[in-house]
Design a protein around this ligand. Structure first.
Ligand SMILES: [Zn+2]
Length: 373
């Protein structure tokens, strides 16, 4: 900014785009997240901003290899250059988290996935972390601020510490049931001192409206976690507690969800693998200066238009808005997916709620597959 000012260039126009060359871990798609914060940051500045809507499933590149711009910003370069880093920080982390949440939710299907990862990140990041986890597809979040951000009640269970402090599982189960607001589902941790099936039966017998038991068994005691779930399910069913659900947590990842689901788990508390999801390395590049295409090495110059196949969710990128690409898989005419989000710094539409964004994500998840993991 100082150099541009000294050279008398503060008003010079530049158009920049945000793209990612490659998604982490070879992901074939990702869920764009973090846009709402970008809009709040850039609102009121003399710029135009186009982008794919928040909660859009996108690919890093179109079928022909051209990078897909998720955001395009136009105005005086000095009007937005100092925001390059915060914008990237808002979308890179949230997009990684939302994508991992989507992958876990896709695997868990209609079973619940709860974001348990706030303890793995600095508390200042809780709201953004929980928001991205929820938009990606998690059914609930565990922080108060995160829950407030998404407009829902926070979700959690008793800690092992409660049982250790009370030195007796039955006493802890009963005390929790007596003290905690009745609208909070009763979930009993059943791996503190004894065998899981013994504690599951204790919990069923101690709490009348037991909603679920939770297994958080440490790795050193786990053996086969799916077999443990089958055994607990059997022992509860045979005693008539077939409505009591089984909730699992403890180092879960997208790899561990399918076998646990098959074994009968009804819900998954996923922490580190979502909160510490790989970040998506978006970059901002100037691609037009004063209306003329420019670009550094390795990037393509000029304003680009982003299209998507409504069925396959494959992308097409053209430098002419009227040149509409067809999908290489199904031959359907693609649709322009980018929207004008800010016009001279003013929002062009109402902001969607996190619940609406999550629904948007879930409806797209039905159309895509996970690669083999
Ligand atoms: Zn298609």
């Amino acid at each position: 900014m100082e150099v541009l000012a000294a050279e008398g260039m503060l008003g010079e126009e530049a158009l920049s785009e945000f793209t990612v060359s490659e998604l982490p871990r070879g992901w074939p798609w990702a869920v764009f997240c973090g846009l709402e914060e970008v809009l709040r940051l850039m609102e009121g500045r003399r710029i135009d901003l186009w982008g794919i809507p928040e909660g859009t499933v996108f690919r890093s590149r179109a079928a022909d290899g051209v990078r897909v711009p998720v955001l395009t910003i136009d105005g005086s370069y000095s009007e937005y250059c100092v925001y390059e880093t915060p914008i990237l920080g808002m979308i890179c982390h949230s997009t990684g988290v939302a994508t991992m949440a989507s992958r876990c939710k896709k695997l868990a299907g209609d079973r619940r996935v709860i974001a348990f990862g706030i303890r793995r990140m600095h508390p200042s990041m809780c709201p953004a972390l929980d928001r991205a986890s929820f938009i990606g597809g998690c059914d609930g979040v565990s922080s108060l601020l995160g829950a407030e951000t998404i407009g829902a009640e926070p979700t959690g269970t008793m800690p092992h510490a409660l049982i250790v402090m009370m030195e007796d599982q039955r006493r802890a189960f009963r005390a929790f049931d007596e003290v905690i607001d009745s609208k909070v589902p009763r979930v009993a941790l059943i791996d503190t001192y004894s065998d899981e099936k013994a504690e599951a039966i204790m919990a069923c017998e101690s709490v009348e409206n037991l909603y679920a038991v939770r297994l958080d068994t440490p790795g050193s005691r786990k053996g086969s976690f799916p077999d443990l779930i089958r055994e607990v399910r059997w022992e509860m069913d045979i005693r008539g507690y077939d409505k009591v659900k089984i909730f699992v947590s403890g180092g879960l990842s997208e790899r561990s969800i399918p076998p646990l689901l098959k074994a009968g788990a009804d819900g998954f508390g996923v922490g580190t693998s979502i909160s510490n999801a790989p970040t998506v390395d978006f970059a901002m590049d100037i691609v037009e200066k004063a209306g003329k295409p420019v670009a550094k090495r390795g990037k393509y110059g000029g304003r680009k238009y982003v299209f998507r196949c409504p069925d396959c969710l494959d992308y097409g990128v053209t430098h002419n808005r009227n040149q509409v690409p067809s999908c290489s898989k199904c031959a359907t005419e693609m649709k322009l997916i980018e929207k004008k989000l800010l016009s001279k710094g003013r929002r062009t539409e109402e902001r969607p709620t996190p619940k609406q964004l999550r629904s948007r994500v879930l409806s797209q998840l039905e159309k895509i597959e996970l690669e083999a993991i």
